[in-house]
Design a protein around this ligand. Structure first.
Ligand SMILES: Nc1nc2c(ncn2[C@@H]2O[C@H](COP(=O)(O)OP(=O)(O)OP(=O)(O)O)[C@@H](O)[C@H]2O)c(=O)[nH]1
Ligand SMILES: [Mg+2]
Length: 369
């Protein structure tokens, strides 16, 4: 059984949201008033629900088109994706009608977000941590622009929070770049390297080499080797961390060196020391922490506390396409205290890696409202 928190203006409201997202089989475990920093009264209720494992499903049984966001968005996408040219005119008419009514529902909802309580409830349900939702709510309240709606203000806040200028700065530097991707297992480190090496907006037009330090797993580096052959990028494999300085030396004429690190649990004994050995003697190596948006935010904080000891320059957040709580990115950036530089929104190589973009993230978050 899994546990999950939901928020609402009453227990009933929060439970309705929980049922909508997780299905009708969730059951109530705990209810309490939501406080921020232990004292501030928010007037909101936090509930904890249990979700039986066997009943977990990607799309809850009771999805109602009109009742919310995730279903709305995915359903529209399905309509778009599967409808064209496949069905009879009759079905196509129904499809278009359904899409129109979904759009109107969503627009109505967005218009109704005007009170502070609405704002904070929406932000919490989009996956933003209470402390950070409160900061945004305060910014909305103190924004004195007369003609701007709450939605406009929220959009501006997202735009200023996620500044793609920082990502562009990162990509623009002229000196030789040595970039290591670090992070928990399976988050997409190797995929990020492939996307960076194959995309002309990243390093496709530079003389690039890839070093794999994935030394623990049988054939751990093979996919990266095959990829490098395919795109014509130099590929080297380490057998031990001691070999890294010599390999980097041998790549002097390369403009960009991308280092893939082994996937291991950050809590594995001695893992930190092993990882540190790769980087300790070379301050030129820029570390990027890769994190998956599908992970629980507290687990993300736990593991990134370790990675931040290695002085990374920023975050790459992957698997945006697999979460219904994109707001989590606000808490990742604020909680960890590092800028999100790049986001990955799918498995497609190289297209699905892009510099962070506040407008894009706002659109994703607001489509959940
Ligand atoms: N849906 C989705 N899948 C992704 C994304 N990025 C990576 N993946 C998938 O996640 C899986 C793991 O990706 P890897 O790149 O192997 O992850 P890793 O961090 O290198 O894994 P380890 O080396 O085992 O720690 C693969 O199936 C990828 O295609 C993304 O943005 N969205
Ligand atoms: Mg890997």
């Amino acid at each position: 059984m899994r546990h999950k928190h939901f928020f609402g203006t009453s227990v009933q409201d929060a439970l309705q949201r929980a049922r909508y997202k997780m299905g009708t089989d969730v059951f109530l475990i705990e209810t309490k008033p939501l406080t921020i920093s232990g004292s501030d009264k928010t007037g909101l209720i936090q509930i904890t629900v249990g979700i039986p494992e066997a009943e977990r499903r990607v799309f809850p049984k009771n999805r109602q088109r009109s009742s919310g966001s995730v279903a709305t968005k995915n359903f529209s996408e399905y309509l778009d994706q599967f409808g064209k040219g496949l069905y009879s005119p009759e079905i196509n008419r129904k499809r278009n009608g359904a899409r129109r009514s979904l759009k109107t529902d969503h627009q109505k909802k967005m218009k109704n977000i005007h009170e502070n309580n609405d704002v904070i409830t929406m932000l919490l349900n989009a996956g933003i941590f209470p402390e950070h939702a409160k900061i945004i709510q305060d910014k909305v309240s103190s924004d004195s622009q007369q003609d701007a709606s709450v939605i406009d203000k929220l959009e501006n806040i997202f735009r200023s929070m996620f500044d793609s200028g920082v990502s562009r700065e990162f990509l623009k530097k002229d000196s030789q770049r040595i970039i290591a991707l670090i992070g928990p297992t399976g988050v997409g480190k190797t995929s990020v390297i492939m996307k960076m090496a194959a995309n002309k907006h990243f390093f496709r037009d530079k003389k690039t080499a890839i070093i794999s330090a994935d030394v623990y797993r049988i054939a751990g580096a093979e996919s990266l080797r095959a990829f490098s052959d395919l795109v014509g990028v130099k590929f080297l494999e380490l057998r031990h961390s001691d070999e890294l300085p010599a390999k980097i030396d041998a790549l002097k004429e390369y403009e960009v060196i991308l280092i893939d690190t082994p996937g291991r649990s950050p809590l594995f004994p001695n893992y930190f020391n092993e990882l540190q050995n790769y980087f300790v003697n070379d301050p030129r190596i820029e570390k990027l922490v890769v994190l998956s948006a599908t992970a629980d935010i507290e687990d993300i904080f736990l593991s990134s506390a370790l990675y931040t000891l290695l002085d990374p320059v920023g975050l790459v957040v992957t698997k945006l396409d697999e979460t219904s709580r994109v707001g989590k990115l606000v808490s990742m950036q604020n909680g960890i205290g590092l800028p999100i530089l790049f986001i990955s929104d799918g498995q497609s190589i190289p297209l699905d890696l892009t510099p962070v973009n506040g407008y894009y993230l706002w659109k994703k978050v607001s489509s959940l409202f």
